[in-house]
Design a protein around this ligand. Structure first.
Ligand code: UD1
Ligand code: MG
Length: 458
């Protein structure tokens, strides 16, 4: 479809009182700008110009890619997300003028969306785009008062103009139909109206909203598109609104998973990022945060008090009171309470990682047990091996990290220090308190500090 979107994301966001630009503040693990870009992608709009400032612009390509858009191209690229810099920022009308100046003039449709409305969804974008045969489709919402949104002033049924709250009379402030910040324009008519914008208002800015009166004066057809739920168009201007929008977004994500068969015991304390894959019959217990492309298999139970980031969790897994990051947990494994599995680790099928155990960049075979107080770093542990309480892989010699390789069915006694690089064979045993500095052959038994070979049991 010949639609180009302009996303307004250059504002300083002064009300955030932050060194970070407003649209880079995060909700549910993603920057605010991600949501507008994701909604556009879901609505099939691939040609997007983001109006940014110098601080936001270097991030646009990454955010667009993570929202599912094709790689960013040049400003003239018609099927990609590109950024233009608006400097100085003289208002939303000036932002659109800046974008239009960079775009080759065409006869298509221009969708303009504020970059600070993270709850907007593709459905609303599609409803507005469906009216694109008209000069202007203006998305509005009925909203509880008082409100800082621009008011939609009507003349009978017809939309006459938008007045910003700061410029409004008391009568106008009592209007409960708000400007959402989402517009679908005929491009030629938008260009003409933008050329005539002034800045005679409370903020001395060029307001995009003044194009509405301009269209009305020219007798152009303005079609109001009323959002079914005002919460889908809430703008985020300060940190109170940021938290409110994040809670609504989180609720929306939780509800999507609950409808798909996931039990979430307390959505109010379960924090989910938008792009998770969670199978039916997973149970999520309170105080749990799950992010970054995590996948969870059926019948697993996560939480309470768990944090998963970029984790692959199998089926019938339990992760309780623990952290799993950038790692994989096999089917029927049990992690926790108070375990930390991280940095490319794999816990095999039926494994057990218990109280105060840290597993870092280690691969544990099926059935490996490390039940208590251990550190397994840069280790490979064979199937069914038991790691006693207090075992430490001494993987760092002060200069480099070294690997420990332990075979299958081995028994590592409590409080063993395994000084890497080290190999321990299948079915080998280390006695409690061993300090193992040399490789242990298959089936051998060692103990002591430094560990020496013990006679085999008769
Ligand atoms: C704007 C609308 C208001 C509407 C509300 C909906 C105007 C004048 N007012 O008010 O009618 O009800 O959104 O949320 O449009 N921006 C730029 N460059 C600028 C200024 C702003 O890119 O020079 C961007 C901001 O980053 C932001 C968006 O435009 O993403 C809206 O600007 P903001 O200052 O938040 O406008 P509101 O006061 O919320
Ligand atoms: Mg705003």
């Amino acid at each position: 479809m010949s639609v180009r979107a302009i996303v307004l994301a250059a504002g300083k966001g002064t009300r955030m009182k932050s060194a970070r630009p407003k649209v880079l503040h995060e909700l549910c693990g993603r920057p605010m700008l991600w949501y507008a870009l994701r909604a556009l992608r879901d609505a099939g709009v691939e040609s997007v110009t983001v109006v940014t400032n110098g601080e936001v612009s270097p991030h646009v390509a990454n955010i667009a890619a993570s929202a599912g858009h094709a790689a960013a191209g040049r400003a003239s690229d018609r099927t990609a997300v590109s950024a233009v810099i608006q400097e100085p920022q003289l208002g939303t009308g000036h932002a659109v003028q800046t974008a239009l100046a960079q775009l080759p003039a065409g006869a298509g449709t221009i969708l303009v969306v504020n970059g600070d409305m993270p709850l907007v969804d593709a459905e609303l974008l599609r409803a507005a785009l469906a009216e694109r045969a008209h000069a202007l489709a203006l998305v509005t919402a009925r909203m509880p008062l008082p409100s800082a949104f621009g008011r939609v002033v009507r003349d009978g049924e017809r939309v006459a103009r938008i007045v910003e709250a700061r410029d409004a009379t008391d009568d106008e402030l009592s209007i409960d139909e708000m400007n959402a910040g989402l517009y679908v324009y005929d491009e030629g008519k938008l260009r003409a109206a933008c050329a005539e914008l002034g800045h005679d208002n409370a903020q001395g800015e060029y307001y995009l909203t003044d194009t509405i009166a301009n269209f009305a004066a020219r007798g152009e057809r303005i079609v109001p598109v009323l959002a079914a739920d005002y919460r889908s168009v809430l703008g985020v201007n300060d940190r109170v609104e940021l938290a409110a929008a994040a809670a609504l977004l989180n609720r929306r994500v939780c509800e999507r998973h609950m409808r798909a068969g996931v039990t979430i015991v307390d959505p109010a304390t379960t924090y989910l990022e938008p792009d998770l894959t969670i199978a039916p019959d997973v149970t999520i217990l309170p105080n749990t945060t799950i992010g970054r492309a995590t996948r969870i298999g059926a019948h697993s139970e996560i939480g309470p008090n768990a944090r998963l980031q970029n984790a692959r969790i199998g089926e019938h897994v339990v992760v309780t009171d623990s952290v799993v990051a950038d790692s994989e947990i096999g089917d029927f494994a049990f992690v926790g309470p108070w375990a930390h599995v991280r940095a490319g680790s794999v816990v095999g099928t039926g494994g057990r990682i218990g109280n105060f155990v840290e597993v870092k960049t280690s691969e544990l075979g099926p059935g490996v047990k490390a039940g208590h107080l251990a550190y397994l770093g840069d280790a490979t542990v064979g199937d069914r091996t038991n790691i006693g309480a207090g075992t430490i892989t001494c993987n760092y010699d002060g200069v480099v990290k070294n690997r420990t390789t332990i075979g299958k069915d081995a028994f590592i006694g409590s409080n063993s220090s395994l000084v890497a690089p080290l190999g321990i064979g299948d079915r080998a045993l280390t006695g409690a308190g061993s300090v193992v500095i040399r490789d242990v052959a298959e089936g051998d038994r060692v103990a002591g500090n430094p560990a020496r070979i013990l006679p085999q049991k008769p």
